[in-house]
Ligand binder design. Structure first.
Ligand code: GLA
Length: 398
């Protein structure tokens, strides 16, 4: 069903509009965003759509086509961290965070439809948060910048839902431009839109959802984060981003052995982002392949956030001639990406499927993706409205 029709069926009225926000895959720069480092995600063509209308009585009513359980009704004034469970915590958290930030937002009815795979490491949560934030702010007459929306959505996820994520996913969903990867410095939040159009180079980017659901809320993500913070403290720097690649040998020698691999991953990964970004800017997409694969090895061996299924996608795809492959997102399951020559893509897909069958793993869902458009009001091509700030494809965004 389309979201407006879904809204009518659930709430018996017309929505005031439909707002949409995409999921993402990260090309490179994993577990760097909470170390003040660099990331390079693209928005996916897959989007979460929110049909919404304002209410005057302070009630927030939430319905999702994809989640069972009917309508969740909450009093906006009573929203508090920990008070809402399940999928509704994400939109409720966004409304809470907007009010915490001093934006006068009241009640609303929201109906959600999404084709962003859930639990696949493709940021379905960020897509839901950003689509909600756009809908609710616009319904109540506010036009914060995309960067502000991303920060508010992240705050909702950290403080209301209780997931200690960084700023990458929300920024990718809010600020991306179609046909471009988003190079974000997570310390000063400057961003560059770098051309990313594999088809124009005779290439394809595949996503392989390995079907093993990951849950960032469990302790492993927080434990990695704590280890990074311990490493920065031990080295006397504000964040691991402040350790240059050239300083790495000295830094490692100064650390307790158990912190060394974690620090090595973050420092080398930041370096890989810089190199891949330079290659994209130079139009040398093919040359990025080996850096993606090196990023996977670092996440597998040093940061220890991969799993057998993700490793198998990478080895099978590489053996079948892929230019590069790596897990994407937080890890412990989710998805991998594969960069491959167009005429080898079918062979790579077959090789991955065969390898999974031989290992008796559930068949992965493999699909090609392009760099999609960031969030927007549906029906306007999804582009940010002009007054939302400068988003020139080559320039700095807000
Ligand atoms: C998850 C988090 C992000 C980021 C990645 C790892 O997707 O939400 O903030 O930390 O993991 O790069």
């Amino acid at each position: 069903m389309n979201p407006a029709a879904g809204f009518r069926a659930v709430f018996g009225a017309e929505p005031a509009g439909v707002w949409a926000a995409p999921g993402r895959v990260n090309l490179i720069g994993e577990h760097t965003d909470y170390n003040d480092g660099h990331v390079l995600p693209i928005a996916l063509p897959h989007r979460t759509r929110v049909a919404a209308a304002a209410r005057g009585d302070g009630l927030l009513r939430l319905h999702s086509a994809g989640a069972g359980g009917g309508v969740t009704a909450l009093r906006v004034a009573g929203l508090a961290p920990g008070a809402v469970r399940g999928w509704a915590a994400y939109p409720a958290g966004v409304v809470w965070a907007l009010r915490e930030a001093g934006l006068a937002v009241g009640g609303a009815d929201l109906h959600v439809e999404s084709d962003v795979p859930q639990g696949a490491g493709l940021s379905s949560s960020a897509a839901l948060e950003i689509a909600t934030a756009l809908a609710v702010t616009e319904l109540h007459g506010h036009r914060p910048s995309r960067a502000e929306l991303a920060a508010l959505a992240r705050h909702a996820e950290n403080a209301f839902v209780g997931v200690p994520c960084g700023i990458m996913d929300q920024t990718a969903s809010a600020c991306s431009v179609a046909g471009h990867a988003l190079h974000l410095d997570t310390r000063d939040l400057t961003l560059r839109h770098l051309p990313f159009d594999p088809a124009a180079h005779g290439l394809r980017l595949l996503v392989a959802d390995v079907g093993r659901r990951h849950a960032l809320a469990d302790g492993a993500y927080a434990a990695r984060r704590a280890a990074c913070e311990a490493g920065a403290r031990a080295l006397g720097v504000r964040a691991l981003r402040d350790v240059e690649a050239a300083q790495l040998p000295d830094a490692l020698a100064a650390l307790r052995p158990e912190l060394r691999p974690v620090v090595r991953h973050v420092v080398t990964e930041n370096e890989r982002v810089a190199r891949v970004a330079a290659l994209l800017a130079a139009g040398e997409l093919r040359a990025a392949g080996p850096l993606l694969t090196a990023g996977h090895a670092s996440l597998r061996d040093d940061f220890a956030v991969s799993c057998p299924e993700l490793d198998l996608v990478v080895t099978a795809a590489r053996a079948a001639g892929a230019l590069g492959a790596r897990m994407t997102g937080g890890g412990f399951g989710g998805s991998a990406i594969v960069l491959v020559e167009e005429d080898r893509a079918a062979g790579v897909e077959r090789a991955v499927a065969d390898a999974f069958a031989s290992a008796r793993f559930t068949a992965p869902a493999v699909f090609p993706v392009t760099a999609g458009e960031g969030a927007g009001r549906h029906g306007e091509g999804g582009r940010p409205p002009a007054e939302a700030g400068p988003f020139s494809p080559s320039g700095q965004g807000t």
